[in-house]
Design a protein around this ligand. Structure first.
Ligand SMILES: [Zn+2]
Ligand SMILES: [Zn+2]
Length: 140
């Protein structure tokens, strides 16, 4: 069995990455912090599975990290501003699904903090919605 290979990159194309292995725990968080961080109605984010291996293909020198506290941060392109990944203690923790090319192999499986959603946000689809944190959501 071959591992899935996922590629992605930023809007301007400076930064490219490749993930060998899968993503997990894809979610959309509608809280006010995620709306700002992801410049949209919600986050669209999935974590690297423990066995996945991530590497930058190009443009890593354009990656800037914005520290959000507690060892967490967001990695973005300093040229075009695309948010590419979540960082935890210096390691890539997960990917913003909007910057993945093609099918990331996961679908949004839950909407969280929907009580904080923007007034213009209409959440569709059949994934469960939680007023706040999902029952098994980890601290981040
Ligand atoms: Zn860019
Ligand atoms: Zn959030």
């Amino acid at each position: 069995m071959t591992e899935p290979v996922i590629q992605g990159g930023c809007f301007c194309g400076s930064i490219r990455y490749q993930l060998t292995g899968s993503l997990q725990n894809a979610r959309a968080c509608h809280c006010s912090r995620c709306r700002k961080a992801f410049s949209g109605a919600s986050s669209a984010y999935a974590e690297l599975s423990p066995a996945a291996s991530f590497r930058w293909l190009s443009g890593e020198d354009h990656l800037s990290i914005y520290e959000t506290g507690g060892g967490w941060g967001m990695g973005f392109c300093s040229m075009c501003g695309s948010t590419l990944c979540g960082m935890h203690e210096g390691q890539v923790h997960g990917l913003t699904l909007g910057c993945v090319d093609g099918d990331p192999g996961v679908e949004i499986e839950k909407h969280i903090f929907v009580d904080s959603r923007a007034p213009w946000d209409h959440i569709g689809g059949c994934a469960p919605q939680y007023a706040g944190r999902a029952p098994i959501e980890r601290e981040e």
